[in-house]
Every structure is written in structure tokens, then in C-alpha cells.
Design a protein around this ligand. Structure first.
Ligand SMILES: Nc1ncnc2c1ncn2[C@@H]1O[C@H](COP(=O)(O)OS(=O)(=O)O)[C@@H](OP(=O)(O)O)[C@H]1O
Ligand SMILES: Nc1ncnc2c1ncn2[C@@H]1O[C@H](COP(=O)(O)OP(=O)(O)O)[C@@H](O)[C@H]1O
Length: 177
């Protein structure tokens, strides 16, 4: 089975994890090998030494890209709901996949900041507003919007399954699902 990395980039609470899980359910049901590289688990087990400075985020994203490519090169659909706010680190991950001949899709979960901060799944936006946290992506830390993602999802008003279906359609179009 052909592996691939699907990187879901976007602001905190954009829906990256929810869409990745919905897509994982569908792909598993179809018989694909799937791993969701969960952002919080990665920061606990792979990057516990790193924080949220630009340099640390860059190192984190490159590490995750390395692991995702290893999985994808062994036939796994590696779904990666990680913010990855900087274009240069995202491009480094894409270049690494290209160099290895491994399929790579960048999906921008383009939920507006107003919607993300109203959702505030982990209470980060409230903490930032209260002055308990600084350097929150999209608020007082940069998020460089992908200029040419393979897919941009602007369906935050619809169910997550709809967004997962759009990613699935792209995988199918590319001969990967
Ligand atoms: N300062 C700051 N900025 C952004 N995010 C923060 C911050 N502090 C903690 N968190 C929480 O960390 C979760 C994982 O972040 P990521 O590894 O995806 O970020 S990054 O790619 O390294 O920028 C990320 O998870 P998601 O909300 O699922 O995106 C946040 O909940
Ligand atoms: N269309 C949608 N796509 C994804 N999530 C949605 C959607 N509509 C509502 N949500 C909700 O928004 C929240 C997104 O949280 P999460 O997936 O953890 O975001 P992220 O991983 O980007 O931080 C979840 O509570 C989810 O149920």
C-alpha cells in the first residue's frame, strides 16, 4: 500500500486534530495503515526538550517531518495535525519527502482566528488574553499562511467529516487512497 504524509497546518483550535481523526477512521475502515502523530503526544515523547520559540518550533517540525516520512515510506498514511507556523520549516519537510520520493500533502485548515479563539479548546486564547501566556500562534506570535497548499479547508461551519472527505478526495485523486 502506498504511504503518504498529510500535514494539517493551522492555528490552535482550527480543527486539525478533529479532521485528522475523522480521516484516520475512514482510512482505517478502508484497510489503510494509519498513524495520527498527535501534537501533544509528540511534544511529550519526541520534543519534551523544546518550547515555542521560533528555533524550537522549527526543530520540532523538522523532527516530526522526519518521523512522518519514515512511516510514510513504509506504507503508512501519516496524518500530522501540527501547527507548523513557519513557511521555511514546512518547506524543509516537503523537500525531505521529495528527496526520499515519498508522497506529501500540505493541508491548510484555514479556520479564522475569531472562530478558533471562540472555540478555545485548550483555553490558550483565554490565558493569553489574561496575560498568563505569551507567544500564542496567530495572536502574539506569527502564523505564516501557506501560499500554495495542496488543499485549503475553509469549511469550519460544516461537520469535520466533510473536511476529512475533501482530504480523502485529494488522496484518491493522487492515487494514494
Ligand atoms: N505558545 C503557544 N503557541 C501555540 N500553541 C501552543 C502554545 N503553547 C502551548 N501550545 C499548545 O501546544 C500544542 C502543540 O503545538 P505544535 O507542536 O503543533 O506547535 S508548533 O508546530 O511547534 O508551532 C498546540 O496544540 P493545538 O491546539 O492542537 O494546535 C497548543 O495547544
Ligand atoms: N468543521 C470542523 N472541523 C474541525 N473541527 C470542528 C469543526 N466544527 C467544529 N469543530 C470543533 O472545533 C474543535 C477543534 O479542536 P481541535 O481539532 O483540537 O483543533 P486543533 O487540533 O487545530 O487545535 C473541536 O472541538 C471540534 O469538535
Amino acid at each position: 500500500m502506498t504511504g503518504a504524509t498529510v500535514w494539517l497546518t493551522g492555528l490552535p483550535s482550527a480543527g486539525k486534530t478533529t479532521i485528522a481523526r475523522a480521516l484516520a477512521r475512514r482510512l482505517r475502515w478502508e484497510g489503510h495503515a494509519v498513524e495520527v502523530l498527535d501534537g501533544d503526544e509528540l511534544r511529550t515523547f519526541l520534543s519534551a526538550d523544546l518550547g515555542f520559540s521560533r528555533a524550537d518550533r522549527d526543530t520540532h517540525v523538522r523532527r516530526v517531518g522526519f518521523v512522518a516520512e519514515l512511516l510514510a515510506s513504509h506504507g503508512v498514511k501519516a496524518l500530522v495535525p501540527v501547527i507548523a507556523p513557519y513557511e521555511t520549516s514546512r518547506e524543509a519537510v516537503r523537500a525531505h519527502h521529495q528527496a526520499e520520493g515519498t508522497a506529501y500533502l500540505e493541508v491548510h485548515v484555514a479556520t479564522p482566528l475569531s472562530v478558533c479563539s471562540a472555540r478555545d479548546v485548550k483555553g490558550l486564547y483565554a490565558r493569553q488574553a489574561a496575560g498568563d501566556l505569551t507567544g500564542l500562534t496567530g495572536v502574539d506570535d506569527p502564523y505564516e499562511e501557506p501560499q500554495a497548499p495542496d488543499l485549503r479547508l475553509e469549511a469550519h461551519g460544516a461537520p469535520a467529516e466533510e473536511s476529512a472527505a475533501a482530504v480523502h478526495a485529494l488522496l484518491t485523486e493522487r492515487g494514494l487512497a
